[in-house]
Design a binder for this molecule. Structure first.
Ligand SMILES: [Fe+2]
Length: 732
């Protein structure tokens, strides 16, 4: 654990609103929390350097230190079962699809009271299916099937405690696969003292000991409990219309897929609640392949995929709250925590008072993208990287070393499945000023939160007043939030969008708004959020695109809202249609330059490069050493770039690592739109005038803003952005 860290309940607040800070500190004495404002969060000594304005005179408090625990691993918890009495015969069974072999037991279902040493568990481990029953005053009796289960194969597993026959049986049968298997069952004597009852909650996917342990990795479907000794458990089925004889409880996971509740179809209605957000809307044992959407065939999606590294809300107690003062300008702020020589800076944004604007320029902080990358472990923090972190005084912690906070939607779970949820209700190490992402040979190697301060610093230096809102604000309030602004600016990588943030950008432009898209690979993935699960996003990496992992076939629809996931392009909204350009090529974190194009002399666009005499633009910068690089977007009429759009400059000279995005390729020679693939690795700096007075200026490159500060902010990239913002700011 990091000695001093925390998170906030929200990432933005307006004057008069409160932000709650949740802190864990292992320091002996108290820690101090003080306010600061962020101007520039790039520690590279070759650039402008860190600019953080201390505002401790406005807010500074001391709080006693306390460590707050964080437990990873998902399961369902049925508290309503604590009062259930199960004295007679008992059958416990479920359908499972194990995904991770390990040396220890993974619990399918349990009812266990650790303090009293009482109850039962059904688990799978190296020795196969295993039952454990408590014995008063003695060690529990255990019985294992002795045959290990194959990974990623469906089985029904069970134990049967048959009081009349005085036997305990454990067994399994494979439900799928080429070779039809016979059920495998092992029997042992059941002592009459064996206690099958414990006044404890039932857990599905873990055991209480006294915290949840022995987490299940894989899918579980139709877990059930019978108050009879099933004679042929291999034939059991949980049919909502025809429940099995003696059913005490049976959880139908196909009900309520959008939320955290699990529904019991048994007579006692022992409903439960999911902890740490396992994945729903996944294919079950009955999935036939004839339906791809869980809403159309819910019983084919009656499984839940649990992981021992799932995390949703860390659930830490609030240490203190900060109420944004009425006179605090909109902007990027920090709460700086300090104790025992440790410093941790928790970012948040102050947005303008609701219904008011303080400036005519608005910056949208790409908080959904920051969240998608939250705690992205890249495995790149080698000795040279750490040396630079130390030399520059960069943020010292790296997700490579801290799996305990959960990982990002760019990582996989321990069982190899892709992580499709990311919560901001936990410490997020990548969301910190001074955080380095890459060991950048020619620049700083920043991305996301810190990289976007290249723009904020430039705006401040140019004397351009701006307001800040976040993706979540735009999601909640739509185009009405953007409409009052003459100019709206994105950050370097506005990649993840809900249908509402997407609509808000489109609505703003349709209403005559002027959007400056200052990044690359923007408006790319569709995400889902949920009104009942604040602070979490869901992404299904479906079908195609540049992807960190691949969603399983049949699992392309979001659990949280039932919509089809994947690329916005595969949802009928290519980025070119919205912002003029869209993802076209990607390579290493290297920046190249743009070359002026004939469009720059078009009378409608000549003002953009006014004062720029050079043909080569942006061959410098703190992000990869050039303004055009890493992830680049092109204009393409076939994908919806507006008619009459003008490309004023295009990038070239990208290194051999760059590839054309897969969704554009039909073969090594042919692209979907007919353009030669070798030509498609480029960023198009594009200007488009829209009907209704709206306009778009898009740079099509993630590294663009890294070039703004070059030569004390006097350079052609800075000049171009200044020209665009001045022009866009003029009254319509
Ligand atoms: Fe990205």
């Amino acid at each position: 654990m990091i000695p001093l860290t925390g998170y906030t309940d929200r990432l933005s607040a307006a004057p008069g609103e409160r932000i709650a800070f949740k802190v864990s500190s292992t320091a002996r004495g108290p820690y101090r929390a003080s306010l600061a404002r962020v101007v520039h969060a790039d520690p590279n000594p070759a650039g402008p350097g860190i600019k953080i304005e201390d505002l401790a005179h406005r807010f500074s408090i001391e709080r006693p230190s306390r460590a707050q625990p964080l437990a990873l691993g998902s399961h369902a918890r049925v508290d309503a079962a604590a009062g259930l009495s199960l004295r007679g015969p008992l059958t416990v069974s479920a359908i499972v699809w194990p995904t991770l072999a390990g040396a220890s037991e993974q619990c399918v279902m349990s009812r266990w009271d650790e303090r009293a040493g009482a109850g039962w568990t059904l688990s799978v481990g190296p020795g196969g299916v295993r039952a454990r029953l408590s014995m008063p005053g003695l060690a529990p009796i255990t019985l294992a099937g002795g045959v290990s289960l194959e990974l990623r194969r469906w089985y029904r597993v069970w134990f049967v405690a048959d009081a009349a026959a005085k036997t305990l049986r454990v067994g399994h049968v494979a439900l799928s696969g080429r070779t039809r298997t016979q059920p495998h069952e092992t029997t042992a004597p059941l002592p009459s003292e064996a206690r099958r009852d414990a006044p404890a909650p039932i857990l599905i996917g873990a055991r209480l000991a006294p915290e949840p342990r022995e987490h299940w990795n894989g899918k579980i479907e139709d877990p059930l409990i019978l108050g009879v000794a099933a004679r042929a458990p291999e034939t059991l089925a949980l049919d909502p219309l025809l429940p099995p004889a003696g059913l005490v409880a049976g959880w139908d996971f196909s009900q309520g897929i959008e939320g955290l509740d699990v529904v019991d179809i048994g007579p006692h209605r022992l409903g439960g609640r999911l902890v740490n957000l396992p994945t729903r809307a996944v294919t079950g044992a009955r999935w036939s392949g004839s339906e791809m959407c869980w809403r159309h065939a819910p019983r084919e999606y009656a499984a839940i995929h649990f992981h021992d590294d799932d995390i949703y809300d860390a659930g830490w107690a609030t240490d203190f709250e900060f109420t944004v003062p009425d006179d605090m300008p909109s902007g990027a702020y920090l709460m700086r925590l300090a104790a025992d020589g440790h410093v941790e800076e928790l970012p948040f944004y102050v947005r303008p008072s609701r219904g008011r604007r303080e400036a005519d320029v608005l910056f949208i902080a790409s908080t959904y993208t920051y969240q998608a990358y939250a705690n992205h472990a890249r495995g790149n923090s080698d000795a040279a990287f750490r040396e630079r972190v130390a030399a520059w005084g960069a943020y010292p912690h790296n997700p490579d070393d801290h799996p305990e906070y959960g990982r990002s939607t760019y990582n996989r779970h321990r069982d190899g499945s892709g992580i499709c949820y990311s919560s901001r209700l936990r410490p997020v190490l990548t969301l910190r000023p001074r955080y380095l992402t890459f060991l950048d040979a020619r620049g700083s190697g920043l991305r996301h939160y810190s990289a976007d301060t290249h723009l904020l610093d430039w705006l401040e230096g140019q004397g351009i007043a701006f307001d800040v809102v976040t993706d979540e604000d735009v999601d909640a309030e739509g185009a009405a939030l953007l409409a009052p602004y003459r100019v709206v600016l994105t950050g370097s990588h506005p990649e993840y969008h809900t249908v509402r943030t997407h609509d808000a950008h489109a609505g703003y432009l349709e209403g005559g708004g002027r959007l400056v898209y200052l990044g690359g690979n923007g408006f790319y993935w569709r995400i889902a959020t949920s009104p009942v699960l604040p602070g979490v996003i869901e992404v299904r990496r479906a079908e195609t695109g540049i992807r960190a992992w691949e969603a399983r076939v049949g699992e392309y629809y979001h659990a949280l809202d039932g919509t089809y996931g994947g690329l916005w392009r595969r949802n009928g909204r290519p980025p070119q249609q919205l912002v003029g350009v869209g993802f076209s090529g990607q390579g290493l974190f290297e920046g190249s330059y743009y070359r002026r194009q004939p469009g720059a002399d078009d009378p409608r666009a000549a003002w953009i490069l006014a004062g720029v005499d050079e043909a080569v633009i942006g061959d410098f910068g703190l992000s990869g050493g050039g303004a055009a690089g890493f992830e680049v977007d092109r204009a393409d009429a076939a994908l919806g770039t507006p008619a009459g759009a003008i490309v004023v400059a295009s990038s070239e000279g990208h290194g051999p690592s760059f590839v054309v995005v897969f969704e554009d390729l039909l073969s090594h020679l042919a692209s979907a739109t007919g353009e030669r693939p070798s030509r498609m690795i480029r960023a198009d700096m594009t200007y488009a005038e829209l009907p209704g007075g709206g306009a778009i200026f898009a740079v099509g490159s993630i590294t663009f803003c890294g070039s703004l500060s070059h030569n004390r902010y006097d350079n052609n990239v800075s000049r171009i952005l200044r020209n665009v913002i001045e022009r866009f700011r003029k009254p319509r």
